[in-house]
Design a binder for this molecule. Structure first.
Ligand SMILES: [Zn+2]
Length: 333
């Protein structure tokens, strides 16, 4: 049983966070044991082609879990990563070579205006999905989505780090896919996660939200930005809010985090005490930025805001931050 199940903290409520696996750290540097586990009947693989998960679609719904034989028959392989095990089985992530899939053009545009899709030739029983939409439309259960998120991030890291960043020589995967080693200069490289701060600045009964031009119509969300080297989480929160809205912050409190596999971030959700009210918006980042009362936010969650303003999808940590503040469950200043 993993930490997140023993201690159901706020982070466990976010999308992509439900990864129930024991990561088997003690087995990672034991290739013989790993090969043995890979061949156990109960073992399953999640399979990616390019940066998209491959799914089996049957009468009982979709599944991302393949047996070793099924997975190895899908095409040339590039990377294999041991993800870990639950009480029933061990999971691996397999990256297929790009050649395993081809693009199929549609005769007519699809429902979302799409004109082509990625397919595995000769396998009409399989689809290649988008992790974002799989998480939103609940095709898979939360644990499978969490597993795929972890797999996507680590496989993406392999795809973008095939050469040593110190000397430029080709690097080799090691430690069950959780490290790459350089045979030339002996440098070891580990999968990276990029920290992003996302925060709700609050002042009394009001909170600060903004919208970017790319957001769906009427949606407002918490402000966010990358944490920079040499910066504390608190100072990144203060800097980002000040840069984007001109609001000065006092106290900052951590609330929850979320792994965000696009491609490999950790969202650090905070609540912050606003010390000023006058907004000076950064128009290069935001289309609008304003204060919302708690009642207004309640109406947005209920879909009855007079201006038809809305909130982010439940899978986003911003949704959890905003919902928790409305319900009085965030730290008080
Ligand atoms: Zn090197």
């Amino acid at each position: 049983m993993t930490q997140s199940f023993r201690f159901p903290d706020a982070s466990a409520l976010t999308g992509y966070a439900a990864n129930p696996l024991d990561r088997l750290n003690d087995l990672r540097d034991d290739p013989d044991r790993q090969a043995q586990v890979l061949r156990e009947d109960s073992t399953r693989l999640v399979v990616f082609c390019r940066d998209k998960p491959v799914l089996k679609c049957g009468e009982n719904g979709a599944s991302a879990a393949f047996t070793l034989e099924e997975a190895f028959n899908l095409g040339a392989r590039r990377e294999l990563v041991m993800l870990g095990s639950n009480s029933k089985r061990t999971f691996f992530a397999l990256q297929l070579d790009d050649s395993a899939a081809t693009l199929r053009e549609f005769a007519d545009e699809g429902p979302m205006g799409e004109t082509r899709e990625l397919v595995i030739p000769g396998r009409p029983d399989l689809t290649i999905g988008e992790l974002r939409s799989l998480a939103l439309d609940e095709t898979l259960d939360a644990e499978e989505v969490g597993l795929l998120g972890c797999a996507k991030s680590v496989l993406h890291w392999h795809a973008r780090h095939r050469f040593c960043s110190a000397c430029g020589a080709p690097s080799q995967p090691n430690s069950s896919g959780w490290r790459r080693d350089c045979p030339t200069c002996k440098a070891m490289h580990f999968p990276r996660t990029d920290p992003v701060v996302i925060m709700l600045a609050v002042r009394g009964d009001f909170c600060l939200l903004g919208r970017q031009p790319r957001f769906t119509k009427g949606m407002y969300s918490a402000l966010a930005g990358f944490l920079e080297p040499g910066e504390t989480i608190e100072n990144a929160v203060r800097r980002e809010i000040q840069e984007e809205s001109g609001i000065f912050l006092g106290k900052v409190a951590y609330f929850a985090s979320q792994p965000w596999p696009f491609p490999s971030s950790i969202m650090i959700g905070c609540i912050a005490e606003a010390l000023s009210e006058e907004i000076q918006m950064d128009a290069a980042e935001l289309e609008d930025c304003r204060w919302f009362s708690r009642n207004e936010l309640k109406a947005m969650f209920e879909g009855c805001h007079p201006d038809s303003f809305g909130v982010p999808q439940p899978i986003a940590i911003a949704h959890l931050l905003m919902r928790s503040w409305v319900d009085g469950k965030t730290p008080q200043f």
